[in-house]
Design a protein around this ligand. Structure first.
Ligand code: C2E
Ligand code: MG
Ligand code: MG
Ligand code: MG
Length: 277
């Protein structure tokens, strides 16, 4: 009986493993297909100057227009794309598409701020990202000073020395650098001093709880003060309510992004939104 139970466990185990690996192969093939068939789409979310209320930036956010499931958010496929390194190709694609869209928005005189693009550590570790960047800038003729790179603290802290060199080179190209989800990683303040950065993006987990919760307010204020002392811009992510906006503006946060202003949208919808804004 024990043997039978053991055998069953083993059978179930291998069955699960098989299903899991089938699913992984399926997902990987689907993503390769998505690259080939151009199923990815860039959505753009407005960034607002909290003092003037003006549109000053856009964040490029990846979506997968899946043939059966419709528009999928990055939470459904980015981690897997990083594990399989497919993010190298997908990341190069979104960078280029964003540059193309930026040039078109600029030519149509709809927008002259910056667009920020999220970069994964995998793109840095497993590809020559700087060359991709230079080629894309040359091909699309985008003005690099209208481009911003967003990277999370955790990626940088994984290999800070390498990132410092790379970020400096990006700044030399004219681009600006933002640290995404700031406050959620374990960045060391001594590295922060050495990092060539232009902006801290205050993570929405803190923004969510202001002005109600004291600890969230304390952290947000500390980040703003730190940034001001280092002459770095702050942008608060995930602003959904007016009282959050008021608190942030009063405490010296310069920029904001969130559903209060607009959700991420397709280029077509963005153009309409800008004309009405
Ligand atoms: P992120 O870069 O921190 O982007 C902000 C996320 O917050 C976006 O989710 C955005 O839609 C969402 N958001 C913005 N305002 C609000 C708000 O007011 N309330 C709430 N609840 N959410 C808000 P999204 O588009 O699902 O992206 C999730 C994450 O996926 C991004 O976080 C980023 O880490 C990653 N990601 C997106 N596009 C790319 C990409 O092209 N490359 C890489 N490597 N990662 C990407
Ligand atoms: Mg981001
Ligand atoms: Mg973020
Ligand atoms: Mg994030």
């Amino acid at each position: 009986k024990a043997k039978e139970a053991g055998k069953n466990t083993y059978t179930f185990y291998t069955l699960d493993m098989t299903i899991a690996s089938y699913e992984r192969i399926g997902m990987e093939n689907a993503l390769r297909e998505a690259i080939k068939e151009k199923q990815f789409v860039v959505y753009y979310q407005p960034q607002i100057d909290l003092k003037t209320g003006k549109l000053i930036g856009l964040e490029a956010l990846l979506r997968w227009n899946h043939p059966l499931e419709g528009i999928l958010p990055p939470g459904r496929f980015i981690a897997f794309s990083e594990e399989t390194h497919l993010i190298v190709e997908i990341g190069a694609w979104i960078l280029k598409q964003t540059c193309i869209d930026l040039v078109s928005l600029h030519h149509e005189r709809l927008f002259n701020g910056t667009i920020s693009v999220n970069i994964s550590g995998v793109q840095i570790e497993f590809s020559d990202f700087l060359s991709t960047l230079k080629e894309t800038i040359a091909e699309t003729k985008v003005d690099p000073s209208m481009l911003e790179i967003e990277v999370t603290e955790s990626f940088i802290m994984h290999d800070p020395e390498r990132w410092i060199v790379l970020l400096k080179e990006m700044q030399h190209l004219g681009m600006s650098i933002a640290i995404d989800d700031f406050g959620t990683g374990y960045s060391s303040l001594s590295y922060l001093r050495k990092l060539p950065i232009n902006k801290l993006k205050i993570d929405m987990s803190f923004v969510k709880d202001i002005p109600k919760l004291e600890d969230a307010c304390a952290i947000v204020n500390s980040i703003i003060n730190l940034a001001q002392n280092m002459k770095i811009t702050t942008l608060a992510e995930g602003i959904e309510h007016k009282d959050q906006e008021d608190y942030l503006a009063e405490h010296g946060c310069e920029q904001g992004q969130g559903y209060l202003y607009a959700k991420p949208m397709s280029l077509k919808n963005l153009k309409t939104w800008i004309q009405k804004f």
